[in-house]
Design a protein around this ligand. Structure first.
Ligand SMILES: Nc1ncnc2c1ncn2[C@@H]1O[C@H](COP(=O)(O)OP(=O)(O)OP(=O)(O)O)[C@@H](O)[C@H]1O
Ligand SMILES: [Mg+2]
Length: 268
């Protein structure tokens, strides 16, 4: 990639390191279960003929939070959807492993049964049902996660509103419900797509608090966020995507400290 010529030495070095890591994961395709808690290797996914996820690979140790960053259209949502085995994009090559179980062969509901819970950007709250009914719906299929009592302890606002139509909730409350719904399932890998999007700063702080509680519980998480600084504060490690490829991987602190890198890929 000739674009790297304009990069700072540190961004170039980071790019080389990320490519090396991607190649290493690629070489592991077909070798069976990885040692790591979660790993995806050499993911290639398409919307029709549009080739979007182009060889993405990364690992997340148990209990860690990874911030998956990149500019608009870099392929972040597509990567999360690929991991959760959503109907689109279509995974044509590559592997997804969670706790030694192959996920790449599964459909979305089977991946969810294995503990992969995607909290999508649009939150998919079901209007016409109450808050509690939304949670009940999440628990229709086994295995169940948190009991309602525990959920309401973590989200007192949801408790207050539990008999209320979920469509009447504020944006922040809907985000809480979307996260609570994932916890109501037996979550082993939480995938959060833009949890702070469209929320007022004071509500962002509230969601941040909830996520830092989730963090203390040791739930392995991948967070995608335009608000990169907020995501990096929460995260242990980070990868940056550009045009469907991993161009950086390292600690969250390294990204916060590397101005050139943030400028190049995150525009912050
Ligand atoms: N359903 C779809 N059909 C065709 N192309 C799509 C579809 N969804 C996304 N794309 C394209 O795939 C690319 C990656 O999109 P994606 O939504 O994964 O990016 P993103 O990093 O999440 O961006 P954003 O920050 O805007 O949410 C973009 O070029 C987008 O136009
Ligand atoms: Mg997105």
């Amino acid at each position: 990639m000739s674009e790297t010529e304009s990069f700072s030495a540190s961004a170039k070095q980071a790019y080389e390191k990320a490519r090396e890591h991607t190649e290493k994961l690629k070489a592991q395709v077909g070798t069976g279960a990885p040692d790591s808690y979660f790993a995806c290797r050499n993911l290639h996914a398409y919307y029709g003929e549009s080739y979007i996820v182009q060889g993405v690979g990364f690992e997340v140790p148990e209990g860690k939070i990874l911030a998956l960053l990149g500019r608009n259209g870099a392929g972040k949502t597509s990567t999360l959807r690929t991991i959760a085995r959503a109907g689109s994009p279509d995974l044509r090559q590559g592997e997804v492993w969670l706790q030694g179980t192959p996920i790449h062969t599964l459909k979305d509901f089977e991946a969810a049964q294995q503990g992969i819970q995607l909290v999508p950007e649009d939150r998919r709250i079901i209007g016409g049902l109450t808050v509690e009914e939304n949670l009940q719906l999440a628990q229709i299929a086994e295995p169940k996660g948190w009991e309602f009592e525990r959920i309401y302890q973590a989200f007192p606002r949801l408790k207050e509103r539990r008999t209320q139509d979920a469509s009447t909730l504020s944006g922040g409350e809907q985000q809480m419900l979307a996260i609570a719904r994932a916890l109501a399932r037996d979550v082993k890998l939480l995938l959060l797509d833009e949890p702070y999007e469209g929320l007022a700063p004071v509500i962002v702080q509230e969601i941040e608090r909830i996520l830092s509680d989730v963090r203390k519980l040791g739930i392995t998480t991948v967070i995608v966020e335009q608000n990169a600084v907020a995501a990096l504060k929460l995260a242990d490690m980070s990868i940056i995507l550009d045009q469907g490829e991993v161009v950086y991987e390292g600690t969250a602190q390294e990204v916060l400290d590397d101005e050139d890198l943030r400028h190049e890929y995150l525009a912050i």
